[in-house]
Design a protein around this ligand. Structure first.
Ligand SMILES: C[S@@+](CC[C@H](N)C(=O)[O-])C[C@H]1O[C@@H](n2cnc3c(N)ncnc32)[C@H](O)[C@@H]1O
Length: 430
């Protein structure tokens, strides 16, 4: 593979590629690296950067001053793929490195200051690549990372190909722990299985430790890992042991807002009783509180619950009806909070939900990690009618962003919203 680099400081890249496996790959002619300087072609006193148009500070790499160099590189390498390093680019992953390793000729372009004038990017860029969600002062280090990660994917660059294919992030998994001699040091032993010589068992062990390491450190990767049903069940059991089991939900019928913003009571909806209980059971919710201040409405709920409880007995417990045990009827949200507090000795963290955009809403990704890993009870509060009142929203510790599509219409039934929200917060992705 031929790699060209375009930068202000080619020496940074030259130096970084002088060592180890990458330098061997150059010596063995598996890769050939050529460096072009943005500065070399400039006449004395001239600059490659210029002031940015508009109102923002910072200098921009000039289209006019860099064009000649880009044109020359394209003439010398008509089939080259121009890869601009940029924090705005596609995130560099192992898969991207593998895909780039099959290119014959790439040109890695490094920016400085505010980056390149958009017109040179529009004219030459085939791909923008970011090496992570942070901003570097220049693209040279990003180019080094790109060269290193792509080079080791080229056949022959790493001596033992197995050590590349078994690496972390291959097949969307992390590698488990590794050990070397001695077998025991300071009383700490290497796992016996690795010393057993039984290749089949060692292979199974390595697969298991790899999956467990991925679960613990980067569960998001497992979404794209090919795993068997048995492995999926094993991972779920491990996860169940460590996550918060004290997450509650409440469905509020008073105080609620109507379309005019007035505070009202809403009527109980029969479907919300069993459907939400089933969602609660699916996502490991501890208890589902239905709160209503009107005794007759609670009695109605009790009647429905009784009906499903009888069905549960009649159908031998082994059905969707077992979810009915999750329900607790209360006359107010506060009495649900008091019950959780009495059970755990602390007030639950409260999370309100709303279909409308209000200030200070929290994202699902922020709350997911927090509530799954915290050792405190959590109560997620759902409204009926036109939603929870302003005072209920304001008294919650967090308000979640609404779920929904890109359209103005947003009138999900609360039971649908509960299912979506619980999946975003507590759903298993593998
Ligand atoms: C200071 S940055 C320019 C950032 C630009 N003002 C912005 O907000 O997107 C200068 C150069 O560093 C390189 N760079 C910075 N962060 C990077 C990243 N995360 N990945 C790849 N290259 C990066 C790029 O070459 C970029 O043109």
């Amino acid at each position: 593979m031929k790699i060209n680099t375009v930068s202000t400081f080619p020496r940074i890249i030259k130096e970084a590629t002088k060592y180890g496996i990458v330098s061997n790959a150059v010596k063995n002619k598996l890769i050939n690296i050529n460096h072009f300087s943005l500065i070399n072609d400039l006449s004395q006193g001239d600059r490659i950067d210029d002031e940015q148009y508009g109102i923002e500070p910072g200098m921009v790499l000039s289209y006019e001053k860099s064009y000649k160099l880009f044109k020359r590189i394209k003439t010398l390498n008509p089939n080259t793929k121009f890869i601009f390093t940029s924090p705005k680019g596609t995130k560099l992953t192992n898969d991207l490195a593998i895909s780039l390793s099959s290119e014959k000729n790439i040109t890695i372009v490094c920016g400085r200051y505010e980056g390149y004038d958009q017109r040179i990017i529009d004219e030459y860029c085939d791909l923008e690549v970011s090496i992570g969600d942070y901003v570097l002062t220049g693209g040279e280090l990003a180019a080094c990372v790109l060269i290193d990660s792509v080079a080791r994917m080229i056949k022959g660059v790493v001596g033992n190909e197995n050590s590349v294919t078994s690496d972390s992030l291959m097949e969307s998994m992390l590698k488990g722990p590794v050990y070397t001699r001695p077998k025991i040091y300071r009383g700490k032993k290497v796992p016996n299985i690795l010393l057993s010589g039984n290749h089949a068992n060692i292979k199974k062990h390595l697969r298991k430790t790899s999956l467990v390491t991925t679960l613990k450190k980067r569960e998001d990767l497992l979404e794209n890992t090919k795993i068997s049903l048995e492995e999926s069940n094993q991972l779920k059991s491990i996860k169940k042991e460590i996550i918060n089991k004290n997450i509650y939900i409440a469905l509020v019928h008073y105080p609620i807002e109507n379309i005019k913003g007035e505070t009202i009571k809403t009527s109980l909806t029969n479907l919300d009783i069993q459907d939400i209980a089933r969602s609660a059971n699916t996502y490991g919710i501890n208890k589902y509180f239905i709160t209503h201040p009107v005794k007759e409405q609670r009695m109605l709920a009790e009647k429905v619950i009784q009906y499903w409880s009888n069905e549960k007995v009649r159908k031998n417990d082994n059905t969707k009806h077992s979810s009915i045990d999750k329900i607790i009827l209360k006359n107010s949200l506060n009495s649900a909070i008091r019950e959780i507090r009495a059970k755990h000795g602390v007030r639950p963290i409260t999370i309100a939900t709303d279909a409308r955009m209000v200030h200070n809403m929290t994202s699902y990704s922020t709350l997911r990690d927090r509530i799954l890993n915290i050792d405190k009870p959590v109560l997620i509060i759902f409204g009926t009618g036109w939603g929870l009142t302003k005072s209920t929203l304001e008294s919650a510790d967090y308000i979640l962003k609404p779920v929904g599509g890109y359209y103005e219409y947003n009138h999900l039934s609360v039971r649908s919203a509960v299912a979506i929200i619980l999946d975003r917060l507590l759903g298993c992705k593998f």
